[in-house]
Ligand binder design. Sequence first.
Ligand code: IMP
Ligand code: MG
Length: 179
Amino acid sequence: MMEQDIERVLFSEEQIRHRVAELAAEINRDYAGKEPMPLSVLRGSFIFMADLTRGIDLRCTVDFLSVSSYGKGTTSTGQVQITKDLSEDVSGRDIIVVEDILDSGNTLSYLMQLLQARNPSSIRLCTLLDKPSRRVKPVTADYMGFSIPDYFVVGYGLDYAEKYRNLPYIGVLKPSVYE
Ligand code: IMP
Ligand code: MG
C-alpha cells in the first residue's frame, strides 16, 4: 500500500545494513577506550539510531531530543525549536549527534551550537544521509552514510507528513504525493 507512493528504491535494506555497520566500525575505532554518547534527533533518526548503536561495541549512554519539524511541507523554514530536551547532562561527555538527513543545515547548525554551549568534551555529527546541494548553513558531518541529490526521500525513519517512517528501505517519494 505504501509502496504505491514510492517512485523508486534509492537504498535497499541490505545496502543500508552494510553502510550502517561501516559507520559503527568507524565509531568503534575512533572512540576506542572512550564512552561515546550518541544523541538521537527525533523522530527521523530513531531507526538509524537503533541499528547504529547496536553496532557500537563500546560502553555508551544514549539519549534523545526532539526539534521542531517541517510540518507538512518538504522544505525547512529556518525556524528551529527544541520540543523535547535531553534527559542527561552532556558536560564532559563525548557526544555524537545522530541525524537522519542533513539538508539545508538549519536544524543542525542551531542544534550543534546549542549542544556545544553545554560543554561536552567533544561533539561530532553522524548523519545517515546528506544533501550537500541544498546547504544554506556551513555544517559538515563527521560520519555520513550516503550523499544524495536533491530528492525528497522517505523510509528508514524519514517521513513525509509523519508517514512512511516504517518503510524498511529508503525511497524517493512520488512528487504527486506532495504536489
Ligand atoms: P534542515 O534543517 O533543512 O537541514 O533539515 C533537516 C531535517 O529536514 C531532517 O532532520 C529531516 O527531518 C527533514 N528533511 C530534509 N530532507 C528530507 C527528505 O528528503 N525527506 C524527509 N525529511 C527530510
Ligand atoms: Mg529530522
